[in-house]
Write a protein that binds this ligand. Structure first.
Ligand code: 6GU
Length: 232
């Protein structure tokens, strides 16, 4: 997969991309990630990329020109037609289903903005899908772009050490993940549940499923309403 990111702050991406799974996936050639500074496409002598909103109001709006120019520049850097995403709090909510969808794309272009928002013609003109990572406001789309990149790349074949380890993820069956324990058996009077030490695989599976349901009911009842488990 190739991912291009258009941003005013390419340096914000450097450390998340140079550690752990994202680092390994790039080294293994599973994903090729390129950062492009939108500001370097400003034609203005002050390198301006934003301006005041028509109609008045607070804040600044990201201008069309530098984004269209940087988009058209990176679009030509590879042959595949890109799936383009605009990171904005006005977008559709990001979730595991969307991460799975995006992980099947050959090529993504992510555009993260700052300021009050994007000139509407950017969304229209670039045919971009708008994505938000949750109901809160960030200072910019950079962290959101990193969230989307991480969630999609870890699903690519070979990105995780253990091929199976994304199968049990929270949300992959519409439920939160069950609780995990590792050694020691007792820590500060808290004991690992006996069933996990029993070696009975069917019982362990049942315990984990019950716990996943219980945890989902408690923390995310909305998930059960939206997607009731089949044997409920
Ligand atoms: Cl994509 N951008 C910003 N600025 N804030 C957000 C967001 C995106 N998603 C949630 N909050």
């Amino acid at each position: 997969m190739r991912i291009d990111v258009l941003t005013l702050f390419p340096e914000m991406f450097e450390s998340p991309l140079s550690a752990s799974i994202l680092k390994r996936a790039q080294e293994a050639g599973i994903v090729d990630i390129h950062l492009t500074d939108i500001r370097s496409f400003s034609k203005d002598k002050h390198n301006k990329v934003d301006d005041r909103p028509y109609g008045g109001g607070p804040g600044m709006v990201m201008m069309c020109r530098p984004i269209f120019d940087s988009f058209e520049h990176v679009e030509k850097l590879a042959l595949e037609k890109p799936h383009t995403i605009l990171l904005t709090p006005q977008g559709q909510p990001f979730n595991q289903k969307k991460a799975i969808e995006l992980s099947k794309e050959k090529r993504l272009i992510l555009i993260s903005g700052r300021y009050e928002g994007f000139d509407e013609r950017i969304r229209i003109g670039l045919g971009a899908e708008q994505i938000s990572i949750g109901d809160y406001v960030l200072s910019g789309g950079e962290l959101a772009a990193m969230v989307v990149i991480d969630a999609a790349v870890r699903l690519l074949a070979g990105a995780l050490g253990d091929e199976d380890s994304s199968k049990d993820d929270s949300f992959s069956e519409g439920l939160l993940e069950y609780p995990h324990y590792t050694r020691p058996e007792v820590f500060r009077d808290m004991k690992v549940p006996d069933v996990l030490l029993s070696g009975h695989h069917a019982e362990i599976e049942k315990y984990r499923r019950d716990q996943a349901l219980k945890r989902t009911k408690q923390n995310r009842p909305d998930l059960l309403r939206d997607n009731p488990p089949e044997d409920q």
